[in-house]
Ligand binder design. Structure first.
Ligand code: IMP
Ligand code: MG
Length: 178
């Protein structure tokens, strides 16, 4: 069965996303003019967004990854965040921009911000493709947001349901399984 059979509707098309990612890249390039940027992608959901946004940032960038998981195969956050990284890069004194797929409850990004802030970066900001404010538990905002997301479970462009649908080129609402 085609993956499209599982899709309720397309929320953000490939064209809309690429346009918005270009705009975000221009804004980030301006905001960090003259600086070297450390992009830290949050695996695995960031992988498509990071690939695209990094190519729209016209600055000297270092790209690193961190892992954070709180979901398992459920669609509701469990609240405990496991963080993992390779300790082969310096955070102290760097201008750090976290790249994440979606800000939902905010639990993941809050934990990551605490983890990175403890390592004394020169600055720390967050860039998320999507912001879903309806379920926010932690008081946190994303500094750069691609799109506001309605209170639906979405997949595609890196976002998964149980590790599937990450490769869809658009962001879509998943059909509820009856
Ligand atoms: P938070 O900790 O609740 O903000 O959740 C952030 C993480 O949950 C994201 O990095 C995603 O991996 C996952 N997540 C939250 N909402 C969705 C969704 O609608 N679709 C897919 N993954 C989601
Ligand atoms: Mg996920």
């Amino acid at each position: 069965m085609s993956m499209k059979a599982h899709i309720e509707s397309i929320l953000f098309s490939e064209e809309e996303i690429s346009q918005r990612v270009r705009e975000l890249g221009i804004q980030i390039t301006q905001d960090y003019a003259g600086k070297k940027l450390l992009l830290i992608g949050v695996l695995k959901g960031c992988y498509v967004f990071l690939a695209d946004i990094a190519r729209n940032i016209d600055l000297d960038c270092e790209v690193r990854f961190i892992t954070a998981s709180s979901y398992g195969v459920s669609t509701i956050s469990s609240g405990d965040v496991k963080i993992g990284m390779d300790f082969d890069f310096e955070i102290e004194g760097r201008d750090v921009l976290i790249i994440e797929d979606i800000l939902d409850s905010g639990v993941t990004i809050s934990a990551l911000k605490r983890f990175i802030e403890a390592r004394e970066p020169a600055s720390l900001k967050v860039c998320t493709l999507l912001d879903k404010p309806a379920r926010r538990k932690a008081s946190i905002v994303s500094d750069y947001v691609g799109f506001a997301c309605p209170d639906e479970f979405v997949v595609g462009y890196g976002l998964d349901y149980a590790e599937h649908y990450r490769n869809l080129p658009f962001v879509a609402i998943l059909k509820a399984y009856a």
